[in-house]
Design a protein around this ligand. Structure first.
Ligand code: SAH
Length: 347
């Protein structure tokens, strides 16, 4: 029988597992705290379990680990980019950023991505596999341990599409916010999606406190079909209908990501069209100068064009901020480090 990874189990799942091997329920609580509050790496560190019990656990279970394969620290703002490696040799990126209110970690949810967005480096090699809940937790635990900083917010905006790994991401969030674990409120978590509409409705049913971010990046189907293949499956109005419903049911304001690409989606006409699409949605626009990816010839919009875009949105009462660029000297573009490490040589 295959060994099971105890770190991937939510508390109710761990309780059910303990019951299945004849252990009382309180043992699950103890093991959970060792794994997620004290964050131990081995059964031998679980000192309130008897030696016999630790042996029994070792026979049937394991605790998955993570290692730092590369680490880049920005000389400009201290932003730290990790290339993490899992037991099977697969790698993902996480980025630790300092903001006024504390440290924020951007984590990956899959090894690679199959969504195919044209401006994104993460998708160039396709999808290798999804991450387990434990692997996502390990990104958080290791970044915290290595940096010595308390991580106060988490964004699911690294490599991968979180809603394409729905069940594992839900278990990850459950463990992350557990009072017996890191106890991080989901109010401090953002989940970003390219627009998997079924996933948005499923997430809506969970009524979580997190912030949903939609990677919109275009004001109409014509442009979005060219840059984001998902739009051919779920056109923009279908996506926005799901967003309106999400807001109605959860009461949580949605954030819309918009990476400005010179001459593609950054004209005043695009801004007008975007404003009329988002009208009445209680939306927040997050404008990002696109991070150029070598394989594509997209250029980032100039500061003036971005300011003009923002002004038009605000004139139409769409609240919009321009994202501060962090770690520009360590090439924080999504998926570049993993790709370089695989011999792609992008920067
Ligand atoms: N798959 C999810 C989350 C990962 S991508 C999603 O699509 O939302 C995180 C964010 O970075 C998304 O908004 C994505 O569109 C954006 N992004 C990807 N490549 C980028 C680039 N080269 N420049 C700016 N933003 C980029």
């Amino acid at each position: 029988m295959d060994k099971v990874d105890l770190k991937s189990m939510t508390l109710p799942k761990l309780e059910a597992y303990c019951a299945s091997i004849g252990l009382p329920k309180f043992r699950a609580g103890q093991i959970f705290q060792w794994l997620h509050e004290k964050q131990v790496d081995s059964f031998d560190e679980m000192t309130n379990l008897s030696a016999d019990l630790r042996e029994k656990l070792k026979e049937n279970c394991f605790i998955s680990g993570i290692s730092i394969r590369r680490k880049l620290v920005s000389q400009i703002d201290g932003t730290t980019k990790y290339l993490f490696e899992f037991a099977d040799g697969e790698t993902v990126e996480s980025v630790l950023m300092q903001y006024k209110h504390g440290y924020s970690l951007c984590i990956s949810t899959q090894v690679g991505c199959r969504m195919g967005c044209k401006f994104c480096a993460s998708t160039l090699l396709g999808l290798a596999r999804s991450l387990t809940p434990a692997e996502m937790l390990n990104e958080v635990y290791m970044a915290g341990k290595d940096s010595g900083h308390k991580i106060s917010s988490i964004v699911l905006m690294g490599i991968g599409e979180p809603l394409d790994n729905f069940d594992n991401v839900m278990d990850f969030l459950d463990i992350l916010s557990s009072p017996k674990g890191l106890n991080l409120s989901l109010r401090h978590v953002s989940l970003s999606t390219c627009g998997l509409v079924e996933g948005i409705y499923k997430l809506m049913e969970k009524k979580l406190q997190l912030t949903l971010s939609i990677s919109l990046h275009a004001p109409n189907d014509e442009i979005r079909n060219q840059t984001m293949p998902i739009n051919r499956k779920h056109p923009i109005e279908e996506l926005l209908t799901a967003c309106r419903e999400y807001f109605r049911v959860t009461g949580r304001r949605i954030s819309f990501e918009y990476a400005l690409i010179e001459g593609v989606n950054d004209t005043p006409a695009c801004a007008q069209e975007l404003a009329s699409r988002l009208r009445g949605m209680s939306a927040h626009g997050n404008l990002i100068p696109v991070n150029p990816v070598k394989e594509r010839d997209y250029k980032k919009s100039s500061k003036e064009r971005i300011r003009r875009f923002q002004e038009i949105l605000e004139k139409h009462h769409i609240n919009a901020t321009v994202r501060r660029e962090l770690g520009s000297d360590i090439n924080a573009a999504c998926g570049q480090l993993r790709r370089d490490d695989k011999g792609g040589g992008t920067c």
